[in-house]
Design a protein around this ligand. Structure first.
Ligand code: CP
Length: 331
C-alpha cells in the first residue's frame, strides 16, 4: 500500500490488516504507553483546505504517538488566499521534508491528483475530498463496530470481519464522503448495508452501489439493524431545493427520541447509534440519542487515533505484509 485514497482500493485482507494493526495500537495505548518510536525521524504534513476538528487533530495525535514530526497546514491564513495552487502548496511543504501528506480538500479527487503525479514523493492519505471519500472515517467506524460486537460476543476482534451485520446509514447521502467510504468498506467486510434518505439527498447512480436503498427509516428499523449510522446534513454544500423543511427532515429521517424508544419495543437491545461528527443536534439526531448508552460517537473519536496510527505506520514503515505487533517496541 503506497497511498490510502479510497476504501474501494482495499481488499478484505488489506482492510482486516489495518483494523488488526489499529487493535495493536489501541492495546499499546490502553497500557498507558504514550509514545512508540516507530516513525522517529519521519515527517507527516497535515494539509487541510477544509475545516476539521476530529480528523486533523487525530492525525496529529497519531503521528506524535508514533514519534513522527508533524507540520500542520491550514489553507485559511496561508498563501492559498493569494492564489497559490495545490501543486505549488504541496511542493513547498514537501520541500520541507514530508514523508506523508494527509490531505483534506473541497475538490473531489484532489488526493488522487496528488498521488498520481510526480509533484511530491510522499505517501498520500485522503482525509476527506469533497463529496467523494473519507477512508479513515470508514475504517474507524468499522473498527468501532468490530470492537463493540466482539466484546458483546466475548470473542477477539483480531482477524474478524463484519459478516452478517446489518448496518443502516441514514441522511444526507448525496453530499456524504463518509457514506461512500462506508458502503464500500462495510460491503468488503461482509456486512449488509441499507442507505436511507429523502429522494433528493441520494446521488444519481446509487442503485449500482453494493447496498439496499430506502426512503423509509422506520421500515428499515423494523426489519432490524445492528448499527444505525446517522449522517450530518451538510447545509454548506446544498441549496434549499435539495432539502425538505428541517421539521419534516427531523420527523422522517432524524434519529429522534421516539425512534430511540422504539429500539426497545422492536427488540433491538444491542443496536448502536453512530455519527461521524460534527452533529446537528435536533436535526439528524436528538441529544437523547447522541448521549445515550447506545451512542458510540465518542468511541468513534477515540478509535480514530488508533486507526490513523495504523494507517501511518503501515504506509511509512515499509513492509505492509507483516503484522504490526513485532515491529512496535514501547519506550
Ligand atoms: N468526522 C469528521 O471528519 O470530522 P471533522 O470534519 O471534524 O474532521
Amino acid at each position: 500500500m503506497r497511498h490510502l485514497l479510497s476504501t474501494q482500493d482495499l481488499g478484505l485482507s488489506d482492510a482486516v490488516r489495518i483494523l488488526d494493526t489499529a487493535e495493536e495500537m489501541a492495546a499499546v495505548g490502553e497500557r498507558e504507553v504514550k509514545k512508540l518510536p516507530a516513525l522517529r525521524g519521519r515527517t507527516v504534513v497535515n494539509l487541510f483546505f477544509e475545516d476539521s476538528t476530529r480528523t486533523r487533530i487525530s492525525f496529529e495525535a497519531a503521528a506524535k504517538r508514533l514519534s513522527a514530526d508533524v507540520i500542520n497546514f491550514a489553507a485559511k491564513g496561508s498563501s492559498v488566499s493569494k492564489g497559490e495552487s495545490l501543486k505549488d502548496t504541496a511542493q513547498t511543504l514537501a520541500a520541507m521534508g514530508a514523508d506523508a501528506v494527509v490531505i483534506r480538500h473541497w475538490a473531489s479527487g484532489a488526493p488522487h491528483r496528488l498521488a498520481a503525479t510526480d509533484w511530491i514523493d510522499a505517501a498520500v492519505i485522503n482525509a476527506g475530498d469533497g463529496t467523494h471519500e473519507h477512508p479513515t472515517q470508514a475504517l474507524l467506524d468499522a473498527f468501532t463496530m468490530r470492537r463493540h460486537w466482539s466484546r458483546l460476543a466475548g470473542t477477539p476482534s483480531a482477524g474478524a470481519d463484519l459478516t452478517g451485520m446489518r448496518i443502516a446509514i441514514a441522511g444526507d447521502v448525496l453530499h456524504s464522503r463518509v457514506a461512500r467510504s462506508n458502503v464500500w468498506l462495510l460491503r468488503t467486510l461482509g456486512a449488509h448495508v441499507t442507505l436511507v434518505a429523502p429522494p433528493t439527498l441520494l446521488p444519481i447512480g446509487v442503485d449500482a452501489w453494493p447496498c439496499e436503498v430506502s426512503y423509509d427509516l422506520d421500515a428499515t428499523l423494523a426489519k432490524g439493524v445492528d448499527a444505525m449510522m446517522m449522517l450530518r446534513v451538510q447545509g454548506e454544500r446544498m441549496n434549499a431545493s435539495f432539502f425538505p423543511t428541517a421539521r419534516e427532515y427531523s420527523r422522517r429521517w432524524g434519529f429522534d427520541d421516539n425512534r430511540l424508544r422504539a429500539l426497545d419495543s422492536l427488540g433491538l437491545k444491542d443496536t448502536i447509534i453512530m455519527h461521524p461528527g460534527p452533529m446537528n443536534r435536533g436535526l439528524e439526531i436528538s441529544s437523547a440519542a447522541a448521549d445515550s448508552p447506545r451512542s458510540t460517537v465518542l468511541a468513534q473519536v477515540r478509535n480514530g487515533v488508533s486507526i490513523r496510527m495504523a494507517a501511518l505506520y503501515l504506509l511509512l514503515s515499509g513492509d505492509t505484509r507483516e503484522p504490526a505487533a513485532p515491529a512496535i517496541a514501547a519506550h
